[in-house]
Design a protein around this ligand. Structure first.
Ligand code: 0O2
Length: 228
């Protein structure tokens, strides 16, 4: 149970700010805030799991293959704030760090991404505030995925407060590239040589071609089944 007197104020717009409290990851204010992020995460996760089962029934395959989620560690939050030159305050944390609550939805076909995006847009108590389509516009590294930042309205004391959750939607093929690339980079301080970066960029393009080709085979099968 989150007790209001413990922490942060709710202003008119519902955003939690108390500029007088210094940001300290060891304090109760910080852990209370993290509890709210965790509530927002688990609420969206629960809704996505229901959608997973619903999609399976109507499309007769696992549109959503699997879902993972996490809360960013305090160390990782501070690292990101320092890297992006934000002030170490609750205000800057709440306003700028969008991926404290993170969910990854892994789907089967590229087309599934749009199905998932659409249904997320219809979730109750949820408002999409930012979207990035790294499939239409892959990152320089070759990274592909569809990112949504949403506000999930979570009950806090006698009111509802918007808590940000980042959802990354990827196909299994995109996820294979992203997770392996992350592991390879991790081995050497998050850096790849120019030669290897170029290779990874090409492999991302190959993966994208495979994603398209396999989806087309599936669509052809469905069409043939309907025509029979
Ligand atoms: P982790 O460990 O996955 O959390 P934002 O302020 O959030 O809108 P930001 O942080 O620049 O801006 O977000 P961006 O670039 O849209 O997406 C960041 C996340 O996308 C990363 O999170 C990765 O999960 C993923 N990502 C982006 N680019 C790459 C890439 O080149 N390779 C891989 N493997 N993943 C990528 P974090 O916080 O870096 O890490």
């Amino acid at each position: 149970m989150i007790k209001r007197e413990n922490i942060l104020e709710v202003n008119k717009t519902g955003i939690l700010i108390n500029s007088l409290i210094p940001l300290n990851t060891k304090n109760k204010e910080f852990s209370t805030l993290m509890e709210l992020y965790d509530k927002a995460r688990s609420d969206i996760l629960e809704k996505l799991n229901i959608i997973k089962e619903y999609f399976k029934e109507i499309y007769e395959y696992d549109v959503i293959n699997h879902i993972t989620s996490r809360i960013k560690t305090p160390e990782s939050i501070l690292k990101k704030m320092q890297k992006k030159h934000y002030e170490l305050t609750y205000k800057d944390l709440i306003e700028n760090i969008n991926d404290i609550a993170g969910i990854r939805v892994i789907c089967t076909f590229k087309d599934d991404i749009l199905k998932i995006r659409k249904i997320i847009g219809k979730m109750p108590n949820v408002r999409i505030i930012k979207e990035k389509d790294y499939i239409k516009n892959p990152k320089k590294s070759g990274y592909m995925g569809y990112h949504i930042i949403l506000e999930n309205y979570i009950k806090y004391d006698d009111t509802y407060v918007p808590i940000k959750v980042e959802i990354q939607i990827r196909t299994m093929a995109m996820d294979f590239w992203a997770t392996t690339e992350h592991k390879i980079k991790y081995k050497k301080n998050h850096k790849l040589s120019t030669k290897n970066s170029k290779k990874m960029e090409i492999y991302a393009k190959i993966i994208n071609i495979l994603d398209d080709k396999i989806m087309k085979i599936y669509q052809k099968q469905v069409k043939e089944k309907i025509e029979k």
